[in-house]
Design a protein around this ligand. Structure first.
Ligand code: ADP
Length: 397
């Protein structure tokens, strides 16, 4: 009788390599593209070893290891930001990679032997998927709960602010309506399915949780950005000026944002004037300005390079310039993009899924608060260049 466990044991490294390559190359598993090799692999070799034990005829089944590792794996994937479809796809790829690797051995076996191997491997993988989804769902529900708490808090603050300021209310209400309708609709659907064991842990159900979470996050960002603008308009933002090393402020922002650029194969080039190591500014607000401009540059660029350049100017000023090789902005839109909720009808056809139209409105206000000015040069199809010019010394602060 052929012992397929030995064949599987011999192929564990190859299966792991092939699977990671297949997962990273799959255009429907975007999350994996931002992860390291080890993070994608997670506990796969341990699960494969457990399947080896299950296949061997001399030892007891090792389904318990599969269960434990898969439960942990579900939590890991939730933390890594996977959605349910991506996880389901990964398991489908794993099944294919395992059987591809075992094919030469399976062809030598009798029908009964092959049948047994298929049955055992399928049992292990089915168990792994079920357990992984179980903890994944729990983690998502917990995140949903935390998001709901956060939304409640920011909502209270928003209500307080709206009582005192009527500006932009109808626009905000309109913007909040779409994600909110989606959250309510999907939440109701989820709640109706909560006690139905047949659909409880199914993949479509998990996809609904993902939609609720994504819409919730967008809603939270909309509310927080609106609050930021209201705070500014109410004169409630206080500057915390410190002697700042501009290069290190840029470095921190780039470190956080770089994965987004890498995911699109964009290069970020930084060219900092070393003289700017003691500039009086508000460190966090400066980072917020840079972060909004660089994330826009990444978002609206399909290929090429994002350049961040700082310069000491002759008349006691300094500048930071963020240039991209992206879609560009039509000249008639160049002034309007700094208004809250304005989004230009660009060549990408539709609006970006996480677009709020508030990022540049916040940037413009923060630049003003830091006594600077912002200049935009852009050409459709060529790219955009946002230059912010600040004084070295701020008046009256
Ligand atoms: P959001 O990006 O969330 O829509 P912003 O206020 O940051 O909001 O930007 C407003 C609009 O300006 C965007 O919707 C986009 O049309 C345009 N825009 C901003 N930055 C760029 C850029 N670097 N390249 C092309 N278009 C841009």
């Amino acid at each position: 009788m052929i012992d397929f466990s030995q064949a599987l044991q011999d192929q564990i490294d190859i299966i792991t390599e092939n699977w990671i390559e297949a997962v990273r190359g799959d255009d429907k598993i975007d999350t994996a593209k931002q992860l390291t090799y080890d993070s994608v692999r997670d506990s796969l070799p341990i699960v494969l070893h457990a399947i080896v034990t299950m296949l061997s005829q001399s030892e007891d089944s090792d389904l318990r290891t599969v269960i434990q590792e898969s439960l942990d794996h579900g939590n890991v994937r939730a933390q890594q930001g996977y959605d349910a479809q991506e996880i389901a796809r990964e398991y489908r790829l794993l099944r294919r990679v395992i059987f591809d690797a075992l094919e030469p051995e399976l062809l030598k076996g009798s029908a009964a032997e092959v049948n047994r191997a298929y049955r055992l491997i399928d049992t292990a993988l089915d168990e792994a998927i079920a357990d992984c989804f179980q903890t994944y769902t729990q983690a998502r529900f917990q995140e949903l709960q935390e998001l709901q708490n956060q939304l409640q808090l920011t909502n209270q603050e928003l209500t307080r602010l709206l009582r005192t300021s009527q500006e932009n209310i109808s626009h905000l209400a309109h913007e909040l309506k779409t994600p909110l309708t989606s959250i309510i609709g999907y939440s109701e659907l989820l709640l109706r399915q909560r006690d139905n064991p047949r659909v409880k842990d199914s993949a479509p159900n998990l996809a609904h949780i993902d939609k609720v979470l994504n819409n919730g996050r967008l809603l939270l960002r909309l509310i927080n950005d609106t609050l930021e603008i209201s705070r500014y308009d109410a004169g409630r933002i206080e500057l915390q000026l410190t002697a700042t090393n501009v290069r290190s402020a840029i470095g921190t922002v780039v470190e956080i944002i770089e994965p987004l650029a890498q995911a699109k194969n964009l290069e970020i080039a930084v060219d900092c004037d070393p003289v700017l190591d003691q500039v009086m500014t508000d460190y966090l607000r400066l980072q917020q300005i840079i972060s909004n401009l660089v994330s826009n540059a990444i978002r609206y660029t399909q290929a090429g390079t994002i350049t961040i350049k700082t310069e000491l100017l002759p008349d006691q000023h300094w500048s930071i310039c963020i240039t991209d090789t992206g879609i560009g902005i039509a000249s008639e839109d160049c002034d309007r993009i700094f208004q809250p909720f304005f989004r230009s009808n660009n060549s990408l056809g539709s609006l970006m899924p996480d677009s709020t139209g508030l990022g540049l409105a916040i940037v413009a206000r923060l630049v003003n608060l830091l006594q600077g000015k912002i200049e935009l040069v852009s050409e459709v199809g060529v790219g955009s260049s946002f230059t912010v010019i600040f004084p070295l010394e701020l008046d009256g602060v």
